[in-house]
Design a protein. Structure first.
Length: 273
């Protein structure tokens, strides 16, 4: 008897999880039952109850983190209290699902904020109270770590090939192609490698235009924009800024991150303040 009950509950569980989520004319349908409504405007999906009272919104984000790594997730906001925004993973019923169906599917299957009775406010409140952590793979986690380091360096390249970090010159490019200055991407394939030196004219590495590879003086190799994932197009050419950023990651001694600004004692008319 006990075994029979276990099998019975397992079957019910499978049937519940197999519930189909359909959307037709802005109505979310769960196994033939109308449970919610949604509208779309300006990249944002607004979920409403059947009386068309807006409850929450979902926005899809697909962004480049660094190099060929992209991150896709959703932003969830409540209508009545927009002080907090949740960044959450989403799921799709199939590889060919659009954003609209993926949004509804995630609300039902993953977030459990829509069920056969409609929008579950209790579960929605609990979600904002104890928001789940995103499940990032190792590649994406590493990309965000690199992105944080790059942002702190705040690297720019001026119109004469100088590399600056937070406005301070830290290095420069040599063997720049003829297109440099009019285009911030390396589009010319030349047999002369674009080399990078630090502010003291120490050789740091080079960028090979024919293979889109960076090679550091220490022997490390990295291929820029090997491929892109998600919905983004393939990036064919890197920017000079991207080359400098990657070189700074490959050679930590190239550019030092200044965590804090140290200033001397303030004096006025020879008197210490």
């Amino acid at each position: 008897m006990k075994g029979f009950l276990i099998i019975l509950f397992s079957v019910f569980g499978l049937l519940f999880n197999a519930q189909t989520v359909k959307i037709k004319r802005g109505i979310v349908d769960l196994e033939g039952i109308h449970v919610a409504k949604l509208s779309y405007k300006g990249g944002i999906y607004t979920f409403m109850d059947l009386k068309e009272t807006p409850i929450y919104t979902i926005e899809f984000v697909d962004k480049s983190v660094v190099d060929s790594v992209r991150d896709s997730y959703i932003k969830l906001k409540r209508i009545y209290n927009q002080d907090k925004t949740l960044d959450l993973d989403y799921i799709s019923p199939s590889a060919f699902s659009g954003e609209e169906k993926s949004a509804a599917y995630t609300c039902v299957k993953s977030l459990k904020i829509i069920d056969e009775r409609g929008i579950n406010i209790k579960n929605l409140d609990e979600l904002f109270k104890n928001s789940p952590k995103r499940k990032l793979d190792t590649k994406t986690k590493d990309a965000y770590t690199i992105r944080t380091k790059i942002d702190k360096l705040n690297i720019t390249v001026n119109n004469v090939g100088e590399i600056l970090s937070n406005g301070k010159p830290v290095g420069y490019f040599t063997n720049l192609p003829a297109s440099f200055g009019s285009d911030d991407t390396v589009t010319d394939k030349t047999f002369v490698d674009i080399e990078i030196y630090d502010a003291n004219s120490k050789y740091i590495g080079k960028y090979i235009t024919t293979t889109k590879q960076i090679k550091s003086a220490g022997g490390k190799t990295f291929t820029l924009y090997r491929e892109m994932s998600g919905r983004a197009s393939l990036l064919k050419f890197p920017t000079y800024k991207a080359i400098a950023e990657r070189m700074a990651i490959m050679d930590p001694n190239f550019i030092k991150i200044q965590e804090k600004v140290i200033v001397g004692e303030v004096t006025k008319d020879g008197v210490q303040k």
